[in-house]
Design a protein around this ligand. Structure first.
Ligand SMILES: Cc1cc2nc3c(=O)[nH]c(=O)nc-3n(C[C@H](O)[C@H](O)[C@H](O)COP(=O)(O)OP(=O)(O)OC[C@H]3O[C@@H](n4cnc5c(N)ncnc54)[C@H](O)[C@@H]3O)c2cc1C
Length: 455
């Protein structure tokens, strides 16, 4: 069967590997890091389970439902609704349609006007009737403009939407495409936000296992440095200077790369750190900037939204009185949101401790101690009945490229998976939209593009 090389073992690359191996292709995936998963990864430290920045799986993502075994992931769901926190106090904005017990608090919370609540319910019904592909349509509008058009009050936009959707899009100015708001608002309404019991890294771990079971060979710690289609117009290599650490750490863990070979003509030459192989087709499933360098496709977006998530260990008792709900900063910007992880996934903290994180949007360069001080100050004003002297920062995750920037109209400018033409195909969130759904779906689309190219 034809040989396919995949560069990058994030969600997109792993899904492409599995789908192609399922069809009988001889699939070899190369991931430059020690672990698979890319932007979805988990670190374990002293009994704490720490994700690469706070993120959640929305259980109603159709591509995730198709590719993942939710039962095996042992998903822990966040309760619907959020806690709006400011120096003036806290209020819970629960979801009355899912939790009848929350109805009184949802109706009577003064943080949101009745008109805004009714608008949210009617928007929810409207989006539920809209096909998924149309949800992402933005008519050139930002989240802020879309919310204004729907009729939401300025107070709702500033105090609820800005911290909540700022947290989701990593852009508190709400200048992201309203399509991303529409899609995620709908999926929050119809499904749940959840994390696997073992942390988000369980998602790529499961995808890697499924790809291997389908017959794909997965290699770690091996960077792809060049992808050149045979007979490409100028025959020029796009090879990049390899960082020294990549040249020193080529450890191949899933088969012998030197045995990888194209079965026919018109394929592609792939440079690995220290090895050249040929294949009948290649899927470039790296992060967007690397994909642009490897393929030269100009429309690959490289502007990023970043964030910093800092994790803290606190005594298990007393715990934050939030019942596992996301806490959003309705009165300031630092941090943007706080999560009581171990209330949702008790296994994410060792016995006797609780795990809390605070996420700061952008790429603040403050030292760890300064970020911790900001969090301590915010928590002390939001929860004046509690003391935070024992709050101990345990890890700071800085992710400068968490999502690519998605301004209005971004989808029309994204590259088609077949943009490089010939035997090279693109996979990655940057071919659809920046999310777990976008990345997983792109893997399947890339597999189809390879299949159709190879006939
Ligand atoms: C902090 C944070 C919060 C987020 N929140 C959410 C959320 O709540 N919900 C949601 O749906 N999405 C969220 N996202 C977005 C989501 O995680 C990403 O859209 C998705 O994981 C992208 O997957 P990918 O496979 O396209 O790319 P990546 O994850 O970037 O994978 C690319 C892979 O290629 C590898 N690679 C790069 N160069 C090479 C090379 N030369 N050779 C070999 N391998 C290479 C990389 O190491 C990486 O493993 C969040 C992301 C972050 C970081």
């Amino acid at each position: 069967m034809p040989t396919v090389v995949i560069a990058g073992g994030g969600l997109a690359g792993l899904v492409a590997a599995r789908n192609l191996a399922d069809e009988g292709f001889d699939v070899h995936l190369f991931e430059r890091r020690e672990e698979f998963g890319g932007r979805v990864a988990t670190l374990e430290r002293d009994g704490f389970v720490l994700d690469r920045g706070f993120q959640v799986l929305l259980t109603d993502y159709p591509a995730a439902r198709r590719e993942l075994d939710y039962d095996a992931l042992d998903l822990r769901r966040f309760p619907p609704g959020v806690v709006l926190a400011s120096q003036d106090g806290r209020s819970t904005l629960a979801d009355p349609l899912r939790n009848l017990g929350a109805l009184p608090s949802a109706l009577f919370t003064r943080a949101v006007t009745t008109r805004d609540k009714l608008l949210a319910l009617s928007l929810r019904r409207e989006l539920a009737r809209t096909p998924d592909d149309e949800l992402l349509v933005d008519d050139g509008k930002t989240v802020r403009e879309g919310l204004e058009d729907y009729g939401f009050s300025e107070r709702f936009v500033e105090r609820v939407a800005a911290p909540l959707y700022g947290g989701i899009t990593l852009d508190r100015s709400l200048s992201t495409s309203v399509g991303v708001f529409r899609y995620t608002f709908d999926k929050f309404s119809t499904g749940h936000a959840a994390v696997p019991a073992d942390g988000m890294g369980a998602i790529p771990a499961q995808l890697a296992e499924r790809a291997r079971d389908a017959g794909a060979t997965l290699h770690r710690r091996t960077a792809v440095t060049d992808v050149t289609p045979e007979g490409s117009a100028d025959g020029e290599s796009t090879a990049r200077e390899q960082p020294l650490w990549q040249r020193q750490t080529v450890v191949e863990s899933g088969g012998d790369p030197s045995a990888i070979q194209a079965t026919g003509d018109g394929g592609v030459t792939v440079e690995l750190a220290g090895e050249t192989v040929t294949a009948d087709a290649a899927v470039v499933a790296t992060d967007p900037p690397t994909a642009k360098e490897l393929t030269g496709v100009e429309s690959i977006p490289t502007e990023s939204q970043g964030c910093v998530t800092q994790y803290y260990s606190l005594p298990a008792e007393p715990d934050l009185p939030v019942d596992g709900r996301l806490v959003v900063n309705a009165g300031g910007t630092e941090p943007n949101h706080v999560v009581a992880h171990s209330q949702v996934a008790p296994g994410h903290a060792p016995v006797g401790r609780s795990l809390v994180s605070a996420t700061f949007l952008g790429t603040p360069e403050d030292p760890e101690s300064a970020l911790a001080e900001k969090t301590r100050k915010a928590l002390s004003s939001w929860f004046p009945e509690m003391a935070f002297d024992d709050m101990e920062p345990i890890h700071t995750e800085r992710v400068p490229f968490a999502q690519f920037a998605q301004p209005p109209g971004f989808r029309e400018r994204l590259p088609d998976p077949r943009a490089p033409e010939g035997p090279v195909v693109l996979a990655g969130d940057y071919t659809r939209w920046s999310s777990i759904q976008g990345a997983i779906e792109s893997g399947r689309q890339a597999a189809w593009a390879v299949e159709s190219h190879l006939g």
